[in-house]
Design a protein around this ligand. Sequence first.
Ligand code: AMP
Length: 420
Amino acid sequence: MPSFQTTPGTRDILPPDAARWRGFVEKFSSVVSLAGFQHIVLPMFEDLGVFQRLGDATDVVTKEMYDFVDKGGRHVALRPEQTAGVCRSYAQHRPTAPWKVWYGGPNFRYERAQHGRYRQFDQVGVEALGSDDPLLDVEVIALAVEFFHGLGLRNVVLHINSLGDSGDRSRFVDALAQYFEGHLAELSPESVATLQRNPLRVLDSKRESEQGVVSQAPSISSFLSDEAASHFAQVKQGLDALGISYVVNERLVRGLDYYCRTTFEFQSTALESAQTALGGGGRYDGLVEDLGGPATPGIGFAIGLDRTLLACDAENVFAHPSARADVFVIDTTGGMQALQLCQQFRNVGLSSERSYGARAMKAQMKAADKSGASFAVIIGSDELSQGVATVKSMVDGNQEEIALDSVVGHVAAQLGKVIS
Ligand code: AMP
C-alpha cells in the first residue's frame, strides 16, 4: 500500500478519462457560445457569506460546506456551486445586462460519497442575468437540451415547474407546513426534521412509505400569482414552439432556497440508481440583490459531469476520444534520428511518438503497434547510411523507402494533411 491515497469523495481523473472530460467541456462551450454565452472563471473559494445567501434551509449550506478561517482571519468556503459566485461577480463588476456567462470546474460539498456522488465534483453551467423574459428561460433550457442531444443522449426527460414569486412561495410553504404538521405520524423522523428547516424539501422525499402523504400535499400551481402563472404559461408555450417535450412536475422544488418562478431538472431514464438527475436550474430573481447588487433577475442551470458521463456510458454514446498517434518513429541507431524526426512531425501538426532507452527493434515495433499509430517510420543503420527511412503503413503493412528529408512530407500527404 502506498503511504497516501486520495481522500474519500475525491478521485484522480486518469487518462483517457480526463480527455473525455475535456471533450465534454469543449462540447458544452461550443453549444452555449453559439447563443452568446461567454466563459467566466471564478475563484474556488469565497467569503463564506456569499454562499450563506443560498439559504440557511439548504443542506449544501448548513451541512456540506468546506469552510475554514484562513491565516488572515477571513472565514472562507470552497464553492459548493457557482451561481452564487456569478451573482457576487455581477454585483461587484456591474457588467452591462443581459450578462450571459458559462463556467466549468470543480465544486466541493461534504457529502456521503458514493457512486456518482463525490465531495469534489465538476459541473458545467450557464447563468443569464438581467432579464425576466420567459423566452430567456426557454432559451436557457433549450441549450441544455441541445447539449444533451449533442452528446448523443436520447433518454433524458425534462421536468419543469414554477415556484412562483416570493410571496406565492412563502404562502405555499406555510400551507405545506400546516399540511405536514397535520400528518406527522405518516412522516419519517428525517422528514419531520426537514419539515422544521424547509417544508418544501419534504416534497423531495424518495421514501416509499411517504409517497402517499406527499402526493396529497397542496400543489404550488394553486398559489401562483397571475404574473407568475402567465410567466410559466409563456415558458411552456416557448418550449412547445421549439418542439421540446417536458413533464410538468409540481413536486420539483430543487435543493437551493433561492429559486423562484421557473425551475427545471433533467432526469436520465437510462440510469437506475436514485441519482438520476443530470442537472437542473431555475430562476433566482432575488439573489444579486441579496448579495448587495442592484435588483436583477437571473436564470441558469448546472450539469454534473460525473452523472452525465454515467448516462452516456449507459446509452453507449460519447465515447472516449482516440489517443492514437499519427506516426511512431523507430530508431535503432541510438535515438537522435527519432528525436529530430518526431520534432519535425510535431512542427507540422502531426502527433508522433517514439521509444526511449535505445531498445531493440522488436521492442520498438511492439511499442509502435501498441500506440495505434497509422504509420511507423523505421531508421536502422543501413537506412541511415543511405539517407533514407522505411515508412510502413500500420494499417495494411505496406512499406517503402523514402529519402530522409522527404519523410515528413510523404507521411503528411498519406494522412491527407496539407503542409506549407
Ligand atoms: P445541484 O447544484 O445540486 O443542482 O446539482 C446539479 C447537478 O450536479 C446534479 O444533477 C448532479 O449531476 C451534479 N452533482 C451535484 N452534487 C454532486 C456530487 N456531490 N457529486 C457528483 N455530482 C453532483
